[in-house]
Design a binder for this molecule. Structure first.
Ligand code: AMP
Length: 289
């Protein structure tokens, strides 16, 4: 089998899609097959300067091995003297975070649908021994059918047998066991799904305060309140995820089967029953080595 060596000249580069810390993302079309992708172009010098090459390599290795409808595909990657280029699935709907800012908050059917999809994707990651550790709206994109795509694996780790003790992730989404630097496992992602669900419905995360110390305190005390418009079903789900003891949190299968999630997802499925399939569904085969 001949392994294709990719080069930038294999692509027509289109408009910039966004700017990251270490480079830019462009819309691009692969010349031979005409497949639309996103190219993430990272500068080696900046990666080395910030000492994140190892993190990037980890991110690449993890994402390249995952294949799930709610995880942004990384088809391949290549590098030249100065740059590392990631060939990514193009997420037509852009950033979930921007969508949330635009709408202020999501309605319950939308929130439930997103929570189902994120849970499905994370459950798949966990089955591959990958813990994400940094789930938040900023790390989620939206695909061509309005589905979520988990996009950022910079903080995720391959979990070995022993549980990890590194402190990482975003403050508002940190579970108590990471604040106290206790050992943790994939239940850190269950907690994040609870925080995410709250943020979708309310427009801000549950433990947000002005100072880091106060946020830590509120997380440690699990101190949050629901605005009156949040339904009993959603409160029940969030309450079963924002639990101090990781072992007492409901798992992701239970999230997907939760009555509040199910009731909205079933309705959505009925509404979408006659929808056509993804026109780009064969893309991945064409980018495999
Ligand atoms: P990042 O460096 O991953 O933070 O990407 C910077 C920005 O580019 C993101 O916030 C998105 O707005 C955009 N972006 C990144 N990857 C994609 C993609 N695969 N499809 C569409 N937009 C993307």
């Amino acid at each position: 089998m001949v392994i294709k060596q990719w080069a930038l000249s294999d692509f027509d580069i289109g408009r910039p899609l966004g700017k990251g810390k270490f480079g830019n993302v462009y819309l691009a079309r692969e010349k031979e097959k005409g497949i639309v992708v996103a190219l993430k172009i990272l500068f080696k010098s900046q990666l080395v300067k910030s000492n994140v090459e190892h993190q990037l390599i980890r991110e690449i290795e993890i994402q390249a091995h995952l294949s799930h409808p709610n995880i942004l595909r990384m088809y391949n990657y290549f590098h030249d003297e100065k740059k590392i280029i990631l060939i990514l699935e193009y997420a037509l709907g852009g950033e979930l975070f921007k969508e949330l800012q635009r709408k202020k908050r999501f309605d319950e059917p939308t929130s439930a649908k997103y929570i189902f999809q994120v849970s499905d994707a994370l459950n798949y990651c966990h089955s591959k021994k990958v813990i994400h550790r940094d789930i938040k709206p900023e790390n989620i994109l939206i695909g061509s059918n309005g589905e979520v795509k988990i996009a950022d694996f910079g903080w995720s780790v391959h979990a070995g047998k022993s549980r990890r003790e590194t402190m990482c992730g975003t403050l508002d989404y940190l579970p108590p066991e990471m604040i106290t630097r206790a050992k943790y496992d994939e239940a850190v992602d269950y907690w994040s799904v609870g925080v995410l669900c709250y943020e979708f419905l309310v427009g801000k995360p549950p433990f947000e305060t002005k100072t880091k110390e106060d946020t830590y305190k509120r997380i440690r005390n699990i101190s949050y309140v629901f605005p009156s418009f949040v339904s009993a079903g959603a409160r029940d789900l969030i309450g079963k995820l924002l639990v101090r003891d990781p072992k007492q949190r409901i798992n992701l299968v239970q999230v997907m089967e939760h009555h509040w999630v199910m009731s909205h997802v079933r309705r959505e499925a009925i509404d979408r029953a006659s929808q056509s399939s993804d026109p780009n569904e064969n893309e991945e085969d064409q980018f495999e080595e």
